[in-house]
Design a protein. Structure first.
Length: 239
């Protein structure tokens, strides 16, 4: 568990309730938790064999080690910072690229000042979750959670980010690991398959950072199976 932080970062909505000065900027959509692990470079897809003529149904293709149908991507981009390894899964973490914040972030400090402002430098990271076990890994909508924090991050909440689809597209990462309309949980990650998503936060080059990874599989109903929860961590340095 993390130790308590001296300062408190507050959502702008709560800042307004407390009478703190409002900050300009778009309000971020709902936060998605989220997503990555040790993954081999993407292998070439092998097309499924043709079924016999006249067959009423196509044979279901076996897992090929690529992304599952429900996943938005499993693309490996960036420079690898390291791998967080759990029992039956890994999360590879990559530093992708830097950008400039286009709007105000989602949180303010206790004085009402936003933590991220337009023009601030931000860095994108990419998380790649891979099933390294021998059995299917059922997942909830959260897939896998990664909490990234600099060693000197002064707030109790996680690090702030900028919600801007154009910035994510330019970085080559997605902010949600699940393709819209992909059905309901549990989402099955077969052995060898992987799924990826990314996020951004303040860029502090040369800063030590810790990534805390939490994976809680789904039960048959798609709900969190807390009895099988795993927590692993990776310490690295942002370039």
């Amino acid at each position: 568990m993390r130790t308590s932080r001296a300062a408190l970062a507050l959502p702008f909505a709560l800042v307004a309730v407390l009478g703190l000065s409002a900050c300009s900027g778009d309000t971020a959509p709902e936060e998605t938790t989220s997503a990555s692990t040790s993954v081999e470079p993407e292998t070439e897809e092998t097309p499924a064999e043709d079924t016999e003529a006249g067959s009423e149904e196509e044979a279901e293709p076996a897992a090929t080690g690529d992304k599952p149908a429900w996943a938005a991507t499993n693309e490996v981009v960036g420079t690898q910072l390291g791998t967080a390894e759990g029992d039956g899964f890994t999360v590879d973490i990559y530093q992708v690229s830097t950008a400039v914040a286009t709007k105000t972030g989602q949180f303010a400090d206790e004085s009402g000042k936003p933590i991220l402002n337009p023009g601030d430098p931000i860095v994108f990271v990419n998380y790649v979750l891979t099933n390294t076990g021998d059995a299917d890994l059922p997942l909830t909508y959260s897939i896998v959670g990664v909490d990234a924090r600099y060693a000197d991050w002064p707030y109790m909440q996680g690090m702030d980010s900028i919600v801007d689809s154009a910035l994510f597209e330019a970085a080559g990462v997605v902010d949600s690991p699940i393709t819209p309309g992909s059905g309901e949980a549990p989402f099955i990650l077969a052995p060898g398959q992987s799924v990826a998503y990314g996020e951004n936060f303040k860029h502090q080059p040369g800063s030590p950072i810790e990534f805390e990874v939490t994976l809680t599989p789904a039960d048959a109903a798609g709900d969190l199976n807390h009895d099988l929860r795993q927590e692993v961590a990776l310490s690295a340095t942002i370039a």
